[in-house]
Write a protein that binds this ligand. Structure first.
Ligand SMILES: NC(=O)c1ccc[n+]([C@@H]2O[C@H](COP(=O)([O-])OP(=O)(O)OC[C@H]3O[C@@H](n4cnc5c(N)ncnc54)[C@H](O)[C@@H]3O)[C@@H](O)[C@H]2O)c1
Length: 315
């Protein structure tokens, strides 16, 4: 039984809570830091040790590191709402850049060289919001990142910090650039998860709204596949940046049709005005993850949507 201690920030959230479940299943000791701003207590695995703390609070983080001495860190805590980042880029940067820097600082201070050899910092970045609008679809990691939102800029900036800490302090990191993640436990009340929002609206018999003409495309990856990419990043001798998606584009119109079908297909959609600055296409080339990480998505969209809809029907 592996008893290595792992810290997950954002472990009460959608992806972080699935990751915590899987790590616990694999025998790791899991410590979660989350301020519950969008995460929920009910998502927390009872075997995880929970600290309700904000990553902007260095003192609180230092306390966690001193007490728990985690060997590795998965950093998922974030302000995830792209539109909010447009309205308040300062607040976004405080959480997504400064909060992350607090975490790196604590990590380095609690693991002085050479003890931290092999320890890893695994960051949840974005592939959907880091490349900007591009005609090169699917988009690989080699494509220059030109984010079109403060959220994407903050994620990219944090990757630069990680690169700096790797070069100067020897901190090993993996940054996983996720496509659009969906699955059970995704918050349907925020702006982030269109699958969750559609499921929720269909169940409450409200007409889902499609903004613009619905032809904008995204790459939808199921949460279990994302968790698997995190596990491989921890267990394999790898570092660097990896796109995590499916390489398949789906339009919002197609997505609505598929989700509607998993219920009884009777709800009609309506259209609203296009959102200003919204990316038209997004789809990730994940060949690097396949070759280096040994990762490929296993759950296809139809199956993932079935599993997600089933969960929403039962909550
Ligand atoms: N869901 C996606 O499609 C997607 C795509 C790309 C990247 N990501 C990234 O994956 C990570 C997890 O996203 P998610 O979809 O699970 O979102 P989520 O909102 O469910 O999870 C984020 C968690 O972080 C916590 N948190 C927020 N601010 C905090 C703070 N200041 N201090 C402590 N905790 C804080 C929240 O309470 C929440 O539990 C994020 O970093 C996000 O940017 C998600």
């Amino acid at each position: 039984m592996n008893k290595q201690t792992i810290l997950i920030t954002g472990g009460a959230g959608f992806i972080g809570s699935h990751l915590a479940d899987r790590l616990i299943q694999e025998g790791y000791k899991v410590v979660v830091v989350d301020n519950l701003s969008s995460g929920k207590r009910k998502n927390l695995n009872p075997q995880a040790k929970f600290y309700k703390a904000d990553i902007r609070n260095k003192k609180a983080l230092t306390n966690v590191f001193e007490k728990e001495k985690p060997r590795d860190v998965f950093h998922l805590a974030a302000q995830i709402n792209l539109r909010k980042s447009v309205d308040d880029p300062v607040e976004d940067a405080k959480i997504n850049i400064l909060g992350g820097l607090n975490l790196i600082q604590c990590f380095i201070q609690s693991n002085p060289l050479p003890n931290w050899k092999g320890a890893k910092f695994i960051f949840s970045s974005t592939g959907g919001a880091i490349y900007g609008d591009t005609k090169t679809i699917p988009t690989s990691e080699k494509f220059p990142a030109r984010p079109m939102s403060p959220y994407g800029i903050a994620k990219l900036s944090f990757e630069h910090y990680l690169d700096y800490y790797q070069k100067v302090f020897g901190l090993d990191f993996v940054s996983l650039r996720y496509a659009n993640v969906y699955g059970p436990r995704q918050n349907s009340k925020g702006e982030a998860g269109v699958v969750a929002i559609f499921c929720d609206q269909i169940l409450s018999k409200n007409k889902p709204v499609i903004y613009g003409n619905g032809q904008q495309t995204r790459d939808y990856v199921f949460v279990d596949d994302v968790v698997e990419a995190n596990i491989l990043s921890l267990q394999k001798n790898v570092k660097g940046v990896f796109n995590i998606g499916t390489g398949k584009e789906t339009s919002v119109n197609q997505l609505f049709q598929k989700i509607n079908k998993t219920f009884d297909g009777k709800i009609r959609k309506k259209y609203g005005p296009a959102k200003k600055g919204e990316q038209k296409r997004s789809c990730l080339d994940c060949q690097k993850a396949k070759k280096v990480l040994g990762w490929k998505n296993k759950v296809e969209l139809d199956e993932g949507l079935e599993r997600t809809a089933k969960w929403f029907k039962n909550v």
